[in-house]
Design a protein around this ligand. Sequence first.
Ligand code: PHE
Length: 342
Amino acid sequence: MEQVLQQIEQIKAEIAAYEAPNADAVEAFRIKYLGTKGLVKAIMGEMKNVPNEEKKAFGLLLNEFKQTVEARYEALKAAQESQADTAINFDISLPGYPTAVGSRHPISMVRNQIVSIFKRLGFAVAEGPEIEDDWHNFGAMNLPEHHPARDMQDTFYIAQNPDWLLRTHTSSVQARIMESQKPPIRVICPGRVYRNETISARAHCFFHQVEGLYIDEHVSFADLKQTLYFFVQEMFGKDVKVRFRPSYFPFTEPSAEMDISCLICGGKGCNVCKHTGWVEILGCGMVHPKVLENLGIDPNKYTGFAFGMGVERITMLKYQIKDLRLFSENDVRFLQQFTAAL
Ligand code: PHE
């Protein structure tokens, strides 16, 4: 009897100290103590040797002992399972989830590219306000009030002050430069402009321009042509041809529009070039003497050329984008296609 009680105490101490670092050790515990040939069963077997009058007390003791062992087993099992839940069960050496990085907007990329080409030719970059006064947007540019050519650029006026408007072209920045600097002047003016147009695949109420201006003594139309020719080759590649068509702008004389051979069909004729083989990319000309005079530059001493292009148009040609609205819809499926950082 005494011996059995001692054994029970020993086992109790043993199981309290039992550690099960894994599921196998938990199972080994079960087999050793609770299995059909386990220690608990063996001790239960001692019952038959106990005198009848002590059977009741001994039975209670044995029961309590069995429950202690079972409780310990359940505790070890639960600890093991919860450990398995939080255990690292994947390959921690695998690369993590990539951080989502944005990309530049295609309009910014192409604008930067245009700017960098002209910078290499020695052009400085100038910016100006988007809310302009009538003088810098129109008056100085040889478009006095009631001039019919104002209709070419459907203007948003500011309700509080009829002299204010949203600039319709970045020529207004050129006016500010001519007003404040002395020739030689060689600047490009990138920026957003606004026109009251119905939004469609080919027109929007705002778009982006890069306009350029070069004023010095003896600047000629040949300089203009060569500058723009260089630009086209850098922008679209050496195989692209250019042609100039006579045109009209109030602020230049003579004026021209420049076409490039169609990038899609190589000049053979397709839908994009409306089967002409040519697409228009910019307006240009020699700065009108009246404009120079308006802004305090002596037209007898200086001549200059100017040009202006739409960044959206160049981008659409470069990437064969057919709908202008895509640029301002902020659809990441569209935007994430332009990942090259420029
Ligand atoms: N300012 C003109 C426009 O917005 C473009 C242009 C600039 C044309 C300079 C000729 C010379 O349409």
